[in-house]
Design a protein around this ligand. Structure first.
Ligand code: TMP
Length: 205
């Protein structure tokens, strides 16, 4: 599940996990950056401190260091055991935030991905799309204590949003864009519908 700040990813990860579990699917919910002890430590490094604490390449390397640990210790073993994995953010976030937002470039991030994870990609990526100002407003209402990314310039967040839409446009077989500005129940239904169609699983209403 991907998207800009305030798009509602975490909420919809939990709805989806509840739906899949009710359908008898053995599912693990996790998040990035994080998901394992080491990757959560990297999360703390990346999300605290000053906006300019990391240069784009260092930051992308940190995200990929965390991701490799997360894949090796949690995601790959879960998949090998036949479980489903629903992840709140994954590699498209590095492409959108560091590749497009911090302007590291798409080619560099793609090469980093190939080096660290080879061809590993999610079977389905849901991109919750939302107006940047609406998203940032939601985040600020939720908590006045913002993290490093939330404090970044709205222009940065506009590049991130455009990045996600371009990723989806370039990979329509894997990505599905959902209007996260719709009422929560409509977003929930759209997530369910996409999972039903794309992953061929019958989820009850
Ligand atoms: P979140 O848990 O609220 O989504 O916060 C994670 C933040 O980290 C969010 O602002 C997006 C950012 N991020 C990146 O910049 N690159 C990445 O690869 C990932 C996974 C997250």
């Amino acid at each position: 599940m991907e998207g800009i700040e305030g798009a509602g990813k975490s909420t919809h990860v939990w709805h989806l996990v509840a739906d899949l579990s009710a359908h008898g699917i053995d599912v693990v919910a996790t998040r990035e950056p994080g998901g394992t002890l080491a990757a959560e430590a990297v999360r703390t490094l990346i999300l605290s401190d000053a906006v300019d604490a990391w240069l784009p390449m260092s930051e992308a390397l940190l995200h990929y260091a965390a991701r490799r640990d997360h894949v090796d210790r949690l995601i790959a073993p879960a998949l090998a055991a036949g479980r489903w994995v629903v992840c709140d953010r994954f590699a498209d976030s590095t492409m959108a935030y560091q590749g497009y937002g911090q302007q590291l470039g798409t080619e560099t991030v793609a090469r980093l991905h190939a080096l660290v994870l080879g061809e590993l990609q999610p079977d389905l990526t849901l991109i919750l799309d939302l107006d940047v100002d609406v998203g940032l407003d939601r985040v600020r209402r939720r908590s006045p204590l913002s993290d490093r990314y939330e404090r970044m310039d709205p222009r940065f967040h506009r590049r991130v949003r455009a990045g996600f839409l371009e990723i989806a446009h370039n990979d329509p077989d894997r990505c599905h864009v959902i209007d996260a500005g719709a009422p929560p129940d409509a977003v929930k239904a759209a997530v369910r519908q996409a999972v039903r169609q794309r992953l061929r699983v019958e989820l009850a209403e």
